[in-house]
Write a protein that binds this ligand. Structure first.
Ligand code: SF4
Length: 258
């Protein structure tokens, strides 16, 4: 009896080190939803809690309204995480507020960098100009990592067409031991444009000025005709992603076919 009680106590004390998700889970989900339309896929994933507790990460950029509308139509209570780096265009902050009200987002969370860290590592606010990776690290990557501690998966608005580095973007991918869900991975620009028209969604005000992908003001420029939509991000640097997403390897044998 005493031994049984000790055993039970030991079992309670044991720390569960099982990873939330593995690469096999991403492959399984990609296969499971191959050929399934986006709405049915996302309704099933959210409705059946297939990826656990999930948050939508949005930049409230050029195309964000489509995914925000898409998810809010299924469940407006899904937490929406917005990284306020302190470097956004004022138009982006206004657009965030406009969309949140219009779409009825019930759980918008604005994440800010740690003030002490900014004081120590970017007191002048110019780190973006000589070390954009370091700047993204303290203003985006770390705050998002902290916020994601309570979640098992994130939903992103990335699309394969946005850049050559995203050509092979899958719908589900492993992100540490979490999953990333990319519902629009195989959507085209025409699909998105049609979605905006169908649902009468407002455009980010800078799109009309030629900003096709919109991030922080110092690192975003107008895209020229024929360029990748993300060509205006970190122009002049090798950098293509801010660190919260990594470029997709086109040669990965586990990548799915839609
Ligand atoms: S996008 Fe530019 S300003 Fe924004 S966090 Fe990254 S380097 Fe800094």
């Amino acid at each position: 009896m005493a031994e049984a009680a000790r055993r039970a106590e030991r079992e309670v004390d044991r720390i569960d080190l099982t990873p939330r998700f593995t690469a096999a889970d991403a492959v399984r989900l990609n296969n499971m939803f191959r050929g399934v339309d986006t709405s049915e896929m996302l309704r099933t994933v959210l409705g059946e809690q297939m990826v656990g507790d999930v948050a939508l990460v949005s930049s409230f950029g050029a195309e964000s309204a489509a995914l925000l509308h898409f998810v809010a139509a299924i469940d407006p209570n899904v937490p929406v995480l917005f990284l306020d780096t302190g470097k956004h265009f004022p138009e982006t902050l206004a657009y965030r507020d406009e969309l949140a009200a219009r779409l009825g987002l019930k759980d918008l969370r604005t994440l800010t960098p740690d003030a002490e860290v900014i004081e120590k590592r970017d007191a002048t606010g110019l780190r973006w100009s000589y070390d954009p990776d370091g700047c993204c690290e303290i203003r985006k990557v770390v705050p998002l990592e902290k916020a994601m501690a309570g979640f098992d998966a994130s939903i992103t608005g990335r699309k394969a067409f946005q850049a050559s580095t995203r050509n092979a973007l899958p719908r589900f991918e492993l992100d540490g031991d979490r999953l990333k869900v990319n519902p629009f991975a195989n959507w085209t620009k025409a699909d998105l444009d049609a979605y905006f028209v169908e649902h009468d969604l407002p455009q980010h005000p800078l799109v009309a000025q030629g900003y096709l992908s919109i991030g922080c003001a110092p690192c975003t420029s107008v895209v020229k005709p024929g360029e990748d939509p993300r060509a205006g991000r970190w122009r002049g640097w090798e950098k293509t992603e801010c660190g919260i997403h990594t470029p997709i390897d086109d040669n990965d044998p586990n990548l799915p076919v839609f």
